[in-house]
Design a protein around this ligand. Structure first.
Ligand code: HAM
Length: 413
């Protein structure tokens, strides 16, 4: 019997892997230019780490974790997200001896959710965390970096929604007010929200059930319940976003599915993805490092869902195709081709060789299907004159170019 992949766990095949590489390469480049360094953390952690960071009454911890007992009898969990492992590593390796750490990571995460378009049980995130910076400018700069990345990789129509969830001073009072309000509309809430009224009343604001949406319509707003320092922080974030020309919509009903957030939270959505339309999300988590046993350290971070961004880029048709396909005609040209291709690739030209036989016409068709902008042909004539024929697949124009000038001709167009 045929063995297939586990439901919700996907293969990423050629054609898609180029898009993924395009996203990751650009993210790493942009994040590096903002002073971030890469960190690699394990795929499995002690289960307790996620219980203590994500929160015992969240969907992730209540029903989505891949938890198992290893041969030693320890309870391990496949990471459902990257922030808690990064914070664990930050404390364990005393990275807090640096005033500020800016870290990024990329890799698979695991949540037992119902699979659908854009939602999988193994999915990939690229995340970034700033540890040790309390300033609202850090929040705004991270958001600006993210929007810049989306612009550079042609993710159009990304919309930024922001909120503030307050902190240990103002959130408890808000929670009480919300609890009182929810108690008054109890009979209209779904079972899940009803059960969580005491432990996690904020989740009701985010519940998708029509009864809860209606019942919470007039619920008190968190943004109007912030203490003065949280309100100032939130104003400053918005001010800095404005100065960077970034539009943000304040959505006081946006609460996150993880409990560690304080103050600024955000989600970036993109139309065209259906219900799973968040392509990146995150926020500030000023209490988490201390909660997990480290020194008090204000932090801000986010994670991007690679599958969702890849879907958008593919639908937009903009991704990394080969710039040129090289076609050698005859054994001598093939030999010379090895040397030329090496020199051109050393100069960063994205060129692939067509190894097929057949007529020049059929090989040109293959180059076109690969999505290449140019076909570069080396035949007998060209060998003699030290040139290649560069054919523009869009305009169909062609010209002979000397070997050492060919990379510039292709790169500049
Ligand atoms: P999150 O909102 O749970 O946040 O996930 C971030 C992004 O990962 C989502 O916006 C979405 O694009 C993607 N994602 C989440 N679940 C799935 C899924 N089942 N299938 C496909 N994509 C998914 C976090 O994980 C936080 N750690 C973000 C953060 C970093 N906050 C502070 N630092």
């Amino acid at each position: 019997m045929e063995i297939t992949a586990v439901r919700g766990f996907n293969d990423v095949l050629p054609g898609d892997t180029e898009v993924w590489r395009h996203i990751e390469d650009n993210a790493f480049r942009v994040f590096s230019s903002y002073g971030f360094s890469e960190i690699k953390v394990p795929i499995a952690e002690k289960t307790e780490l996620f219980l203590r960071s994500i929160g015992a009454t969240t969907d992730i911890v209540e029903k989505e974790m891949y938890t198992f007992t290893d041969r030693h009898g320890d309870s391990l969990t496949l990471r459902p997200e990257g922030t808690a492992p990064v914070v664990r590593a930050y404390i364990e390796h005393k990275l807090y001896t640096n005033p500020v750490s800016k870290l990024y990571y990329s890799g698979p995460m695991f949540r037992y959710e119902r699979p659908q378009k854009g939602r999988y049980r193994q999915f990939y995130q690229i995340g970034a965390e700033i540890l040790g910076d309390p300033s609202p400018r850090a929040d705004a700069e991270a958001l600006q970096m993210l929007m810049r990345l989306f612009e550079e990789i042609n993710v159009r129509g990304a919309e930024l929604n922001i909120n503030s969830l307050g902190d240990a001073h103002c959130r408890p009072a808000y929670k009480e007010r919300l609890k009182n309000y929810l108690s008054g509309v109890k009979d209209r809430l779904c079972d899940n929200c009803l059960r969580r009224i005491d432990a996690n009343p904020l989740r009701a604001l985010d519940c998708k059930s029509p009864g809860c949406i209606e019942a919470t319509h007039d619920a008190p707003s968190i943004v109007e319940s912030l203490c003065a320092p949280c309100a100032v922080h939130f104003d400053k974030v918005r001010e800095h976003l404005g100065l960077s020309g970034i539009e943000a919509t304040v959505n006081p009903r946006m609460v996150r599915g993880l409990d560690y957030y304080t103050r600024t939270t955000f989600e970036i959505t993109s139309a065209g993805l259906g219900s799973q339309n968040a392509i990146a999300a995150g926020g500030r988590y000023d209490g988490l490092v201390e909660e997990l046993g480290g020194p008090a350290t204000p932090c801000f971070g986010f994670a991007i869902g690679i599958e969702r961004v890849a879907l958008i880029i593919k639908e937009g048709g903009v991704y990394r195709k080969p710039l040129a396909v090289f076609i050698a005609l005859g054994a001598e040209a093939e030999k010379k081709g090895i040397e030329l291709l090496k020199a051109w690739r050393d100069r960063g030209i994205r060129i692939v060789e067509d190894f097929s036989d057949g007529s020049l016409k059929s090989r040109m068709k293959r180059a076109d299907r690969a999505g290449a902008r140019y076909a570069v042909i080396l035949g007998e004539d060209e060998l003699k004159s030290g040139t290649v024929t560069v054919k523009d697949m869009k305009s169909a124009g062609q010209e002979k170019v000397a070997w050492d000038l060919a990379p510039d001709r292709i790169a500049i167009g």
